[in-house]
Design a protein around this ligand. Sequence first.
Ligand code: GUN
Length: 288
Amino acid sequence: MTIIDGKLTAQQLRAEIAAEVAEMVAAGKAAPHLVAILVGNDGASQTYVANKEKMCGECGFRSTVLRLPAETTEEELLARVEELNNDPEVDGFIVQLPLPKHIDEQRVIEAISPRKDVDGFTPINVGAMVLGLECFVPATPAGILELLKRYNVPTSGKKCAVIGRSNIVGRPMSILLSQKGWDATVTLCHSRTANLAEVVREADIVVAALGIPGFVKGDMVKEGATVIDVGITRVAADNARGWRVVGDVDYDEVAPKCEYITPVPGGVGPMTIISLMKNTLIAAKRRK
Ligand code: GUN
């Protein structure tokens, strides 16, 4: 059993990105600039954005966080998005999700210029991804693919079960793994899937992205499988913070059966942030 070390892999990628940024700057170009819009006071979102800001610093990027009050109207937010679309000093930006209930998330996403959509959430980028065209691949699936590549996990001809059909992780993951180059045979499982445990038990690669702690049990995984745990649910814990993060996989039961497994924390999480940095670097390189 090999534990896929997302933290270490992300550090390697960070060094590669920082080296490219140093070259850009030495050549007289501006460092990549990522902006995050954060609306309201959601605790998890604040942590994510703070982590992104820290990682920008470590990669040598410029970073700006626009903190807007929870009462911000949809029109006000759309106006900020339009400003960033037109700001030549900004290479890429993200609108941290979830947004407050009174704001139509999809309308905001659709207002983002596809050229600056480093999350890869706009319909143009999703469409390009589906067609296998140049696009910004959403950060979590991109990070998972990078882990599979760097650990030489075979995917061609393999059966893959993706659990969870979110726009951010499950659905793009299922599309990407089925594409040429990855060549997996993918089943996208969700809350209405019949005999889900049986489907998962047949899979060579399991991607658990449904957001239910410990959902994947030992008896749902076949011997020698690769298991990728995307879960990051906060649960109460007896520590200084009062919480800890748990995955969608029952690690103690599942790990002994695996050829490869990602831990939580330290698996997919660090790869997501670094993949966003990579997308931002790509956006900066396309800058006129
Ligand atoms: N909320 C949870 N994950 C993400 C993400 O990858 N991007 C954005 N913008 N919001 C999120």
